[in-house]
Design a protein around this ligand. Structure first.
Ligand code: HEC
Ligand code: HEC
Length: 325
């Protein structure tokens, strides 16, 4: 009340009265004035930017641009995996030739980890899951299965097959897997959602070899600085060898055996890595190249995308450490 009184004495009153109310003649606060003038400046700028010169896109144009981007990305997915839908994949199951082709790819690439009858790893302790039980980690919709095969689950030891096999062969594989499903089994999603489950297939149906070369060229620190000698040095570093051993036990024992002696069960692909015979050379750099690039037609997975450059070094170091001198 005191302040009011002092204001009343200091501040002049404006002469007019309305309904018995009188106003002080105070100046407006600066923050208010600057906001007010700022609004003018903004409005003029806005008007010039959007209306007068048309530099900025209006809502309609923004919508058109977003729509165009969407159409472009849809077209890209369509182009990389033409017509891959749940229905188109289901339709393939009716074609025995396609299912047979899928079975053939399966028998060259997948059975070490998923079993002859898709029942899961034939040897306990190997990576891989059943593809005919009720449980699905990454979705049992045909397009989801296609996407899982294409993209892999690298951190779990499921290679990414897109660059190796291409979209057509992966469709055939999907048809084969679908043909093996028991219609009386009610599928269960084990994980609620995974980033892979809903992803569209992204890897183009490229020439496998060329695509792999590109992957090999593009990724990681340049292997050109590696020499046979530097890899041999690594094989004397127990930490690197131990890291390689861990990787080997997850990814490689399925086909090369726990002691590198070769396939743990007869009929599996894979060769001994500790005998005198080397199909692709026993120089450290040659071993490394076999691991990174694989021998696709023989069922040796190209592992670069799974383990990376360092992982490849660790694996070579581990294999070298196991050689009988
Ligand atoms: C080196 C071992 C290995 C090979 C070879 C392999 N897989 Fe897998 N696969 C796995 C593992 C491990 C998983 C489980 C991934 C996880 O735990 O998320 C898996 C998961 C899958 C799934 C998803 C199953 C689910 O429950 O959602 C499909 C489908 C699949 N693999 C198909 C294939 C096909 C087709 C091939 C051959 C082209 C193949 N796999 C080759 C290891 C392998
Ligand atoms: C799905 C089965 C499979 C898995 C899993 C597998 N390999 Fe192989 N690997 C093979 C086959 C089959 C060959 C023989 C290729 C050939 O006949 O030319 C081979 C060959 C090799 C060779 C060359 C041997 C030689 O005689 O020149 C090396 C080195 C090798 N694998 C390392 C690995 C490593 C390291 C891993 C794990 C990261 C691994 N492999 C996982 C199937 C497999």
């Amino acid at each position: 009340m005191d302040t009011n009184k002092s204001q009343q004495t200091e501040d002049p009153l404006r002469p007019h009265t309305f309904d018995g109310i009188q106003e002080y003649d105070n100046s407006l606060p600066n923050w208010w004035l600057f906001t007010f003038y700022g609004a003018f400046v903004f409005a003029i700028g806005y008007w010039i930017y959007y209306q007068k010169t048309g530099v900025g896109a209006d809502q309609h144009e923004e919508y058109q641009i977003a729509l165009q981007q969407l159409q472009e990305s849809v077209a890209k997915v369509e182009k990389s995996a033409p017509g891959i839908t749940n229905d188109s994949l289901r339709a393939l199951v009716d074609d025995p030739a396609i299912v047979a082709a899928g079975q053939q790819h399966y028998m060259s690439n997948c059975f070490p980890c998923h079993g002859n009858e898709l029942q899961g790893p034939p040897t306990p302790g190997l990576p891989g899951v059943s593809l005919v039980d009720a449980e699905w980690l990454h979705g049992n919709e045909p397009a989801q299965i296609h996407a899982t095969i294409t993209n892999g689950v690298l951190e779990k030891g499921m290679p990414s097959w897109g660059p190796v096999l291409g979209s057509k062969r992966i469709s055939e594989l999907t048809a084969f897997i679908l043909s093996k499903q028991d219609p009386s089994v009610v599928p269960v999603m084990v994980t609620a959602s995974s980033p892979i489950a809903n992803a569209a297939p992204t890897v183009p149906d490229a020439q496998p070899a060329a695509a792999l070369e590109a992957v090999a060229e593009a990724s990681g620190p340049s292997p050109s600085s590696l020499t046979n000698e530097s890899l041999v040095e690594m094989s004397k570093d127990s930490a690197i060898v131990a890291a390689g051993q861990t990787r080997f036990q997850t990814l490689c024992v399925a086909c090369h055996g726990v002691n590198l002696e070769g396939p743990p069960a007869p009929g599996l692909p894979g060769v001994s890595l500790v005998d005198a015979e080397w199909l692709h050379g026993n120089e450290p750099l040659q071993i490394r190249k076999t691991i990174t690039h694989g021998v696709i037609e023989k069922g040796m997975v190209p592992w670069l995308g799974v383990v990376g450059e360092d992982g490849a070094n660790e694996l070579v170091a581990f294999i070298l450490s196991k050689q009988i001198q």
